[in-house]
Design a protein around this ligand. Structure first.
Ligand SMILES: *[C@@H]1O[C@H](CO)[C@@H](O)[C@H](O)[C@H]1NC(C)=O
Ligand SMILES: *[C@@H]1O[C@H](CO)[C@@H](O)[C@H](O)[C@H]1NC(C)=O
Ligand SMILES: *[C@@H]1O[C@H](CO)[C@@H](O)[C@H](O)[C@H]1NC(C)=O
Ligand SMILES: *[C@@H]1O[C@H](CO)[C@@H](O)[C@H](O)[C@H]1NC(C)=O
Ligand SMILES: *[C@@H]1O[C@H](CO)[C@@H](O)[C@H](O)[C@H]1NC(C)=O
Ligand SMILES: *[C@@H]1O[C@H](CO)[C@@H](O)[C@H](O)[C@H]1NC(C)=O
Ligand SMILES: *[C@@H]1O[C@H](CO)[C@@H](O)[C@H](O)[C@H]1NC(C)=O
Ligand SMILES: *[C@@H]1O[C@H](CO)[C@@H](O)[C@H](O)[C@H]1NC(C)=O
Ligand SMILES: *[C@@H]1O[C@H](CO)[C@@H](O)[C@H](O)[C@H]1NC(C)=O
Ligand SMILES: *[C@@H]1O[C@H](CO)[C@@H](O)[C@H](O)[C@H]1NC(C)=O
Length: 836
């Protein structure tokens, strides 16, 4: 069955929306009934956060009897705050106060939100306090100004506690060690969980790996939670507990190995011992391994360095999943795990542990961190060749580090002040958050796109909501709890500074032989840093002022914007008049090089679509991911790069500009960009908007479809401009005739229709008639599904509904009609955040 997408009459649209809101409300009621608490301290009434959850003010709250303290507003709003709620209001206590939450006994995450700025007359230098429960110290002599000094805007401390009585009492106590000290808190979140810490086999590292039995009453504090080899995963995309997973990049030490995602046709499954709440499927979908070179791998350890507080024991949970063919058999990849230089495991074989490729698994270790103050914990992997495995390699997909409470009087989790920080990453990825999805469909209703995108978006949203509801139900049945510390830095500490000598060394002093590209700005060289990471080195012509500006813009942009579909900056060099940027090497060059005037084989249509979706996603992120939104200004096929897996990455931010927030506002500026892709309105009126990027992207879509230059002066006049020629062919109904003959036969009619329609809308004369990048993205996704559905016809045929949506990528239901819950989860999770 092919999927039908009739245009919806407006009334039906409204009804659908209403139904949707009801579903959302029901979901809310569900979670309230099951013990989710979101308390926005210092506020009255309700407010929504960045992932679409509703927080209740503590003024008049049943959790805050005889509320003391002062409600205060933050003195300013840091641009890096994910949302105003719960950060912009605080409750300030000058004497002890106890919040009391009636909860069902069991385990729960307790998250405390702190945004340390001045509140009214309360200088933040006097915020100095402790937080306790009746039998546990959570924070002690917590000094908020130290957080501020560590240059993070805000802090979320996550604990996991197992409450035995029917209530969780949380006391905020100003420190007695300083006159005039006060306590404050911006938000309190409680999320019941099942017992996620008791594992079948936990080993105590350092004591002959004796079994460690986890005491179910133990409280923990989350120190680190990393999605290894992948991007940060937002709270919204977690499997039900609103955990956030950070990128592991900042914690790598020495060789960084290689990252990869699951094989295209592989479905990742949970198992009876690894249920979906252990970690979201996205954690297992990406991994880091040592690399393809067995000899190199023998010479180093793949190592993560994680700061922790000395004097506590830590539970380390390592998540594993083989996700690439040919790693399907025992004894292919076998390795050692070292924690703090001690052997935690030898002969680790993920296939043995998990039972096969695509199966989620994990192992737990406990180790004591000795020393004083803050110490580094290391987790290292190294090939174990004792059983002569096929490959000399190691793999890791996810890593969590939890501090275990110390027993004593009092019991305590309080470590250093300031508490340890998660490096930036978790929140840079905000475009995938729920808020955006929710906004997504509302915008679409008022927007210019037709019924189809609206309906699909509504459906997606409905599925997302239903899915969340389901997950919530699943785990709330077994009411139980645990916690993390995260913070965000505004500085750019992910980017490395190179000396000119280093750059000269790897490029043999800018030897011509290393040149892989030339442009107006200068040359691009290839090179290898640290002996194993291949990079592209962009050397700006030093004379021009223009060059300097673009160099600065690019560094600033790429420091602040990191995304799977934006090229990533590794470092820079600014020395002796040289301006050099070092990027990840993009093995497959530019998209242009795969379309025409090339010796590269023709890209199949589906691949082209995926590349367009990737690029659209990168641009959508630029437009919406930042507080202000960024306009790229030079979107073209030579600025869309392809990595070794042909994943699209938008590059070249030298011309980018921050745009005012409102979509239809504009900025006037000198016209820059590339002829053939330039928005005529921008040209005419010198008005730059995000829609200028949309226009250029529309040209890219036609270029990808027709595989010819956007301007070709050798052709007859009416054909010179690809955009004009394509529009006139479309008007005549003969667009298909100018499609790249090498893919013409592959494109399904439905896919072609949507694709041509959206490309046409993008290049509309007036910016107001063009869709937003978000709409473009959704439509391309639909186009891909319509393309896909042709190749998976039989699978779709089993859908009962006439409006079945197939997943965007390959985690599809298997052809037999019983679809496992895990498989469905995987599908839904992909719909919620499809990959390019
Ligand atoms: C949610 O619960 C409130 C009161 O508990 C009730 O009035 C409301 O109708 C419920 N909403 C839905 C959608 O069930
Ligand atoms: C905080 O801001 C809100 C809205 O801007 C205002 O209504 C409230 O009075 C302010 N509270 C204080 C304590 O200033
Ligand atoms: C809190 O930290 C700040 C900055 O490090 C320091 O100046 C101040 O003395 C500390 N306050 C207390 C009470 O230790
Ligand atoms: C406030 O709480 C702290 C820690 O719980 C406690 O040590 C202190 O005695 C309390 N102060 C008062 C006045 O109750
Ligand atoms: C607080 O002030 C009192 C009297 O003003 C003084 O005796 C005491 O030493 C001060 N305490 C601290 C911790 O500074
Ligand atoms: C919480 O602790 C109690 C013992 O006090 C134990 O029976 C229960 O299993 C624990 N719950 C969880 C989820 O660990
Ligand atoms: C997935 O692709 C690999 C080759 O890339 C192939 O060996 C394997 O059989 C495929 N698996 C399925 C389930 O199609
Ligand atoms: C592990 O070994 C490295 C290198 O010898 C050393 O720098 C580090 O301090 C050691 N770590 C621990 C926890 O002993
Ligand atoms: C890897 O780490 C282990 C444990 O710290 C150490 O014994 C070994 O020498 C390291 N290997 C390499 C190649 O650095
Ligand atoms: C921990 O490691 C980092 C680098 O990874 C280093 O800068 C820092 O000094 C180390 N801290 C300690 C306490 O050894």
């Amino acid at each position: 069955m092919t999927m039908a997408f009739p245009t919806l009459p407006v009334t039906l649209a409204c009804l659908t929306l209403l139904a949707l809101l009801l579903i959302a409300m029901a979901a809310d009621n569900d979670s309230m009934a099951s013990g989710l608490v979101l308390l926005n301290c210092g506020a009255s009434g309700q407010g929504g956060d960045d992932i679409g959850r509703t927080w209740d003010g503590d003024t008049g709250s049943k959790f805050a009897p005889l509320l003391e303290g002062v409600a205060a507003n933050a003195s300013h709003e840091d641009p890096s705050l994910p949302s105003r709620v719960p950060y912009m209001t605080a409750r300030i206590f000058t004497s002890n106060y106890t919040y009391s939450f009636p909860v069902s006994a069991g385990r729960m995450f307790l998250r405390l939100y702190f945004y340390p700025v001045a509140y009214g007359n309360y200088a933040f230098s006097n915020a100095f306090f402790g937080v306790t429960t009746p039998d546990l110290v959570l924070l002690n002599d917590f000094n908020a100004s130290q957080i501020a000094e560590a240059s993070s805007a805000y802090l979320v401390c996550e604990f996991s506690v197992n409450v035995s009585s029917g209530s969780l009492d949380l006391t905020f106590a100003p420190s007695a060690h300083q006159n005039g000290s006060y306590a404050f808190v911006n938000g309190i979140e409680i999320v019941p969980t099942p017992d996620i810490f008791t594992a079948a086999d936990t080993r105590y590292v350092g004591d002959n790996l004796s079994p460690f039995s986890f005491d179910t009453e133990t409280s923990l504090q989350t120190m680190h939670r990393l999605n290894i080899g992948g991007e940060a995963i937002s709270r919204f995309d977690d499997s039900g507990f609103y955990r956030s997973w950070a990128s592991d990049l900042p914690y790598l030490s020495g060789g960084s190995g290689v990252t990869f995602s699951r094989d295209f046709n592989l479905t990742i499954r949970y198992t009876p011992t690894v249920l979906d709440y252990i970690a979201p499927i996205d954690v297992y979908k990406t991994a880091r391994s040592m690399g393809p070179n067995a000899q190199d791998n023998g010479k180093y350890n793949l190592t993560w360095i994680l700061p922790v507080d000395a004097g506590f024991s830590y539970l380390l949970r390592l998540h594993f999943c083989e996700i690439k063919y040919p790693f399907t058999k025992v004894n292919q990849r076998v390795f050692f795990i070292y924690i703090n230089n001690q052997t935690a495991a030898q002969q680790m074989d993920v296939i043995v542990l998990s039972g096969g490729i695509g199966r989620a698994s994990y192992t737990d270790y406990v180790i004591m961190a000795v020393g004083s103050g803050q110490v580094n914990m290391s987790v290292a992997l190294h090939p174990d060749l004792s059983s002569k495995p096929e490959y000399s390699d190691a793999i890791l997909n996810g890593l969590e580090v939890f501090k275990l409470q110390s027993y004593g009087s009092p019991n305590s989790l309080a470590g250093l002040n300031p508490p340890l920080l998660q490096k930036p990453g978790a929140d840079l990825n905000r475009q995938s958050s729920g808020a955006r999805k929710f906004k997504g469909y509302i915008v679409a209703i008022g927007g210019t796109t037709g019924g189809i995108s609206f309906m699909v978006i509504v459906l997606f949203s409905a599925i997302v909501i239903c899915r969340r509801k389901k997950v919530a139900k699943n785990f709330f049945k077994t009411d139980h709890g645990h916690h993390p510390t995260e913070r965000k830095k505004s500085t750019c500490d992910l980017v490395r500074h190179f000396s000119l000598a280093e750059i000269q060394l790897v490029t043999k002093d800018f030897d011509e032989a290393f040149i892989i590209g030339r442009g107006g700005f200068g040359n691009v060289y290839s090179g290898e840093i640290d002996g194993r990471t291949k990079v592209a080195i962009k050397r700006f012509n030093h004379k021009s002022q223009q060059g300097f500006h673009e160099f600065q813009t690019e560094i600033e942009m790429l420091c602040n914007f990191r995304h799977r579909h934006l090229v990533s900056l590794i470092g820079y060099c600014e020395e002796k008049n040289e301006m050099i940027l070092v990027y990840d090497y993009m093995a497959h060059g530019t998209l242009r090089e795969h379309l025409y005037n090339t010796r590269n084989p023709a890209l199949p249509w589906q691949q082209r679509l995926e590349i367009c979706i990737g690029a659209a996603r990168g641009l959508h992120y630029l437009h919406t991911g930042a507080e202000q939104g960024i306009i790229h200004r030079d979107v073209k096929t030579t600025n869309i790069l392809l990595d070794d897996r042909l994943m699209a990455k938008v590059s070249d931010f030298g011309l980018s500009k921050a745009s005012p927030d409102i979509d239809n506002s504009h900025m006037s500026t000198v016209v820059k960009g590339t002829f053939g892709y330039l928005d005529p309105e921008y040209f005419r009126l010198q008005r730059l908007t995000k829609k200028s990027d949309v226009y250029s992207f529309g040209v890219v879509l036609f270029e990808t479809l027709c595989a010819r230059p956007v301007i070709n002066t050798k052709l007859p006049e009416e054909q010179v401009s690809l955009r004009d020629w394509a529009l006139s062919c479309r008007k005549e109904g003969v667009l298909k005739e100018i499609v790249d003959p090498r893919v013409k036969e592959e494109i399904t009619p439905e896919c072609f229709r949507i694709f041509a329609e959206i490309a046409e809308k993008c290049v509309a004369d007036r910016s107001i008639d063009r869709p937003s990048m978000g709409d473009v993205l959704w439509n391309l996704e639909v186009a891909l599904q319509l393309q896909d559905s042709a190749s998976y016809n039989s699978r779709c045929a089993e859908g009962a509904s006439s409006l079945q949506i197939t997943p965007v990528d390959s985690d599809r239901p298997s052809t037999n009609s019983t679809i496992s819950v895990a498989a469905q989860e995987a599908i839904f999770s992909d719909i919620a955040h499809p990959e390019g």
